[in-house]
Design a protein around this ligand. Structure first.
Ligand SMILES: *[C@@H]1O[C@H](CO)[C@@H](O)[C@H](O)[C@H]1NC(C)=O
Ligand SMILES: *[C@@H]1O[C@H](CO)[C@@H](O)[C@H](O)[C@H]1NC(C)=O
Length: 993
């Protein structure tokens, strides 16, 4: 059996490494009970299967050795003569085995239940105690061990021994031999894990609800159960049975039965739950496809690790195995994190992290040493990790130490410029270059030429009318309509016939929540019935299109009546059609006219509604994996990872678009493929109020869309119809920026999605309200970029020292922040879109709600927050037009996204909210006590006013109603060509005019 020792230990270490790497992103935790049953059953099968091939008789060297609990001085004498004792009956031993067996089953079942609870409220968890398990075993060992008589020690003391040997001897005999090393290992690990950790996420752990204190308790109980399980398994594997040493096969069998028994008990519990909760039945039965792969992988990994662990445990002790597990997992997590830590953000005390790493490594080395030393003390004992610590172990520890030292030492901890200064500077160049590109053409001929260069096609027929329309209304933007192109390009893969058919399919069934506009002979009308609540939308559409309908060909258009977007084509399909849309098949153009026979081509909408629908409904359900991320490459994190740990911010998800705590790249932020954490951060992805969507390319015009959706964007009639309007009056004046209150203001409803099973805890609006207020003191400290005072920094290339103001990120409690900076961010009136329990929970958490205010009250405040709802933001354009500075948090993108530049016209915020206070503090300034230190940060009022004024001026140039018409006109001309049977041979060429 000794042959299995080394493969087992190596396998266990590798398995632990793989598990610590893979578990944070596994899909298997989607359904913890199902997963547990599968894993327990497979484990049972593996263990029982193994026990059939393992030797049935016990080898001579496998004699009795209890775990250290009984491995104490008083028992030693009896063990030394154990062969003689083999025939002695231990009636109590069999009973003990039974108790251990039942204890193990109970611990496993309880652990599964606790795991499920923890996963449901993971945002409330605190630093785990798992790393304390080795210490717990060492304590048990210590308390069970009675100090050896002093006399014995004096006898063995040999004056010829070298110091090293003497130390080793002393260590081996010391009752503290494990206590000290595991204490170093455990506490070092805990400090490493809590230092090298991403900032807490903004997921809400409501202090008004019991899970706030219950979850940390359950976490503790979970750790205790883990130790208990390890103890029970260790005992079962090593306990001597009544008739003497049990064969290894028998030992494995008993553990295997325990797993099987637990699987049965958990399944039975699951069945009972299924019958008593009719509401959850559907949920219990729906198994997402991605889950299968996750569970298979996790199952294989877990079984491999667990079987290696059983062998390791058989050969060594519970303490050793917990020490290896703690050491390997802490090293994996902390090294991975230290690897990504290059920027001063997030703040990490590198010195503490490094010292703690050293302590952990030393603790582990000492443990191995103590363990080996006790072998020397007692050569009959084969249950040790090493009989002599190998040199390669020290080499590994040394390499790890150097790696950590290097990573932490090369990390910069302070910033010498403010990221926002850089961002606003870059934004200016970016905007200027966009402006230059957009308005380069001065004549129709130039505009047509620019079009051909940009989009590799001739402009659509009627382009000259569009050009005249646009220039007559002083449109600044003539050349850059990339968003139009992006939206319609995929549709070139469909025949015009198919597009018409699909439009008809959408309009023929009112269930689809799509309504139609038809254009015939240059006049526009509604083609389907529209209910009263959406009447404004179609009034706006008709009014907008009416301005240029005379130039449009006959066609039907399908408009989305919901806020949520509707069409998400999988990446594989997009990839397939990409070649067919990239270049036009024929660029020789004959006519600057649409085909003449278009009218009959559009099938009439039946008066009797169609029964079938091409759409799939996912209202009130998760949509991220089914729709949200399907447009991402199959290997991208959004499709392969499920970040169930919502307590921490996902650093890999934010860093690509961030500069420190600030959102730097708005375009990148709209790429969800590297942001799997969004699945739990927005109502659209967690539980949209209405979600009827297609995976095929159906032509639906929407007012906004989330990244990766294929809806066609058009200017929102909400703004066109002035449903909310920038309309200052003498009672509600829009004063100069300097005269406004220096407050960040938001009022709104919880309308982002429907919260029925606690989804509100992740929704953007709810999270930001939490972030902005000190609600029950439950929010984690937030980041500020605080000045470190003027420091002399000598750059290598400078001969003279220069005065540089350095700053560093630092965590500040929200209670301090709300005193230093003024916010007024509240829910109005009542909690909307929730299901009973969630309504009262939110009402309790956010009480008192704010009374309704006049929209024109907004202009009293310097900073206006704009938070995503279920779809497009109705108020962002009025905010831009005002003299106040808008802060925008958005998942959705609208038609104007290309023309407005973040940091030039508005202030963007990351949807995770980690830059919220830091950004506000840059503009509003700080003057007060922060963590016991008086801090003065000059406000950047001038910059704030500049961005507000630039936004206002730009909105008045490119976001006017005329601009909406011009955008829509161009979009519909393109759409007209796209739906024309002769689309490859018609188009605008200069000679044809
Ligand atoms: C935009 O055009 C102006 C005037 O032609 C020029 O001075 C400026 O450098 C251009 N800006 C960019 C970013 O191309
Ligand atoms: C933002 O990211 C996009 C896409 O990844 C990139 O093309 C663009 O250059 C970036 N913009 C800035 C200002 O860095």
């Amino acid at each position: 059996m000794d042959r299995t020792k080394w493969p087992a230990i190596a396998g266990f270490a590798v398995g632990t490494y793989l598990l610590s790497r893979d578990v944070p992103t596994t899909f298997a935790f989607e359904k913890p009970i199902h997963t547990s049953i599968v894993v327990l059953a497979s484990l049972a099968a593996a263990t029982l299967g193994l026990s059939r091939i393992l030797p049935k008789s016990s080898g001579s060297h496998e004699d009795y050795h209890a775990i250290p609990l009984e491995d104490c001085g008083t028992l030693r004498s009896s063990r030394d003569s154990s062969p003689a004792l083999e025939n002695v009956r231990y009636p109590s031993s069999l009973r003990k085995l039974r108790i251990l067996f039942l204890g193990l089953v109970a611990a496993i079942c309880l652990r599964v239940v606790i795991l499920r609870e923890l996963l449901a409220f993971y945002q409330c968890t605190t630093t785990s105690w798992e790393a304390l398990i080795p210490l717990a075993f060492a304590c048990a060992d210590y308390s069970a061990r009675q100090p050896l008589p002093f006399r014995k020690r004096a006898v063995t003391d040999d004056p010829d021994m070298s110091i090293h040997e003497a130390l080793g001897k002393a260590l081996a005999r010391s009752p503290y031999r494990y206590l000290g090393s595991t204490a170093l290992l455990s506490f070092g690990s805990i400090v490493v894990l809590s230092t090298l950790k991403a900032p807490r996420s903004s997921h809400i752990c409501a202090a008004s609800l019991p899970y706030h204190w219950m979850i940390p308790c359950l976490q503790r109980i979970g750790s205790i159960l883990d130790a208990a399980m390890l103890y029970c398994i260790g005992q079962l594997l090593r306990q001597r049975e009544g008739r003497g040493p049990r064969s290894i096969a028998l030992r494995f069998t008993s553990v295997g039965w325990a797993f099987l028994f637990s699987a049965v008990v958990v399944s039975f519990g699951g069945l009972v739950y299924y019958y008593v909760t009719p509401d959850d039945r559907l949920w219990i039965l729906t198994i997402p496809t991605l889950y299968f792969r996750g569970v298979l992988r996790m199952n294989a990994l877990f079984c491999f690790t667990a079987v290696s662990a059983l062998f390791t445990l058989y050969h060594t002790s519970s303490m050793s195995i917990s020490a290896i597990a703690a050491f390997v997992s802490v090293c994996t997590t902390s090294t991975a994190y230290a690897w990504t830590l290059t920027h001063p953000f997030p703040p990490t005390s590198t010195a503490i992290a490094f010292i703690a790493t050293c302590v952990t490594l030393i603790g582990f080395a000492l443990y191995v040493h103590a363990d080996a030393a006790s072998t020397k003390e007692d050569p009959s004992d084969s249950h040790r990790l090493f009989s002599k610590p190998p040199y390669w172990l020290y080499l590994i520890l040394f390499v790890l130490l150097c790696l950590h030292g290097g990573l932490l030492a090369t990390r910069s901890t302070s910033v010498t410029y403010h990221p926002i200064d850089l961002l606003t500077f870059e934004a200016e160049t970016q905007h200027e270059s966009y402006f230059n590109r957009s308005s380069a053409s001065l004549t129709l001929r130039e505009a047509a030429e620019a079009y051909r260069l940009r989009y590799s096609r001739h402009p659509p027929p009627g382009f000259q009318h569009w050009y005249n329309y646009a220039t007559a209304r002083n449109s600044v933007i003539i050349d850059t309509y990339d968003s139009v192109q992006r939206d319609i390009l995929p549709f070139y893969s469909l025949n015009p016939e198919v597009i018409r058919q699909r439009t008809w399919q959408l309009l023929a069934n009112p269930w689809n929540d799509v309504a139609g506009i038809s254009i015939r002979n240059g006049s526009v009308s509604l083609s389907t019935d529209v209910v009263g609540t959406h009447r404004w939308m179609f009034d706006g559409l008709v009014e907008m299109i009416d301005h240029f309908a005379e130039y449009l060909p006959d066609m039907d258009l399908a408009f989305n009546l919901n806020d949520e977007c509707r069409v998400a084509v999988p990446f594989e399909e997009l990839d397939r059609i990409r070649p067919s849309v990239a270049t036009p098949s024929n660029s020789d153009t004959d006519y600057n006219k649409f085909s003449a026979d278009r009218t009959q081509q559009w099938p009439p909408i039946p008066t009797e509604p169609l029964a079938e629908t091409p759409l799939e409904e996912l209202s009130w359900q998760r949509t991220f994996y089914e729709f949200g991320s399907v447009s991402c490459p199959p290997s991208s994190p959004a499709r392969t990872q499920r970040l169930w740990d919502v307590s921490q911010m996902c650093m890999d998800c934010t860093l690509p678009q961030s500069l420190g705590a600030y959102l730097a790249n708005w375009t990148m932020a709209a790429d969800i493929c590297h942001q799997p954490d969004l699945a739990n951060l927005h109502g659209l992805y967690m539980s949209p109020a209405a979600f009827k969507a297609a995976h095929d390319l159906y032509p639906i015009f929407s007012q906004s869309k989330a990244p990766g959706f294929n809806d066609i964007l058009y200017p929102s009639p909400w703004n066109y119809m002035d449903k909310v309007k920038y309309n200052p009056s003498p009672e509600h004046p829009d004063m100069l920026f300097a005269e406004k209150h220096s407050t960040l203001f938001w009022r709104g409803a919880t309308s982002e999605g429907v919260s029925s099973v606690g989804q509100w805890r992740g929704m953007t609006r709810q999270r930001f309200i939490h972030l902005a207020n000190n609600i029950n003191g439950s929010e984690a400290p937030q980041l500020l970029l605080l000045p470190q005072g003027a420091t002399s920094v000598i750059h290598r290339w400078q001969t003279q020292p220069s005065e540089v103001n350095t700053s560093a990120y630092s965590y500040v409690p929200i209670s301090d922040l709300t005193k230093l900076l003024s916010t007024d961010v509240h829910i109005v009136d009542s909690i909307a879109r929730c299901w009973p329990k969630d309504c009262s929970q939110q009402a309790q958490e956010y009480a008192p709600l704010a009374p309704p205010t006049d929209f024109q009250d907004h202009w009293k405040y310097k900073y206006l927050l704009d938070l995503d709802g279920a779809g497009f933001s109705g108020r962002f354009l009025p905010f831009l037009q005002s003299r106040s500075l808008p802060f925008k948090v958005a998942l959705f993108r609208e038609w104007w996204d290309d023309r407005v530049t973040p940091w030039q016209h508005f202030v963007p915020l990351d949807i995770r909210g980690h830059g919220f206070w830091a950004t506000l503090s840059y503009f509003a300034g700080v003057n007060g006590t922060v963590k016991g230190r008086h801090v003065v940060m000059e406000p950047h009022a001038h910059e704030a006013e500049r961005i507000a004024e630039q936004g206002r001026a730009w909105a008045n140039r490119v976001l006017r109603k005329e601009d909406m018409e011009i955008y829509f006109f161009r979009l519909l001309l393109e759409w007209g060509r796209l739906t024309d049977d002769a689309r490859d041979s018609i188009g605008y060429t200069d000679d044809l005019v």
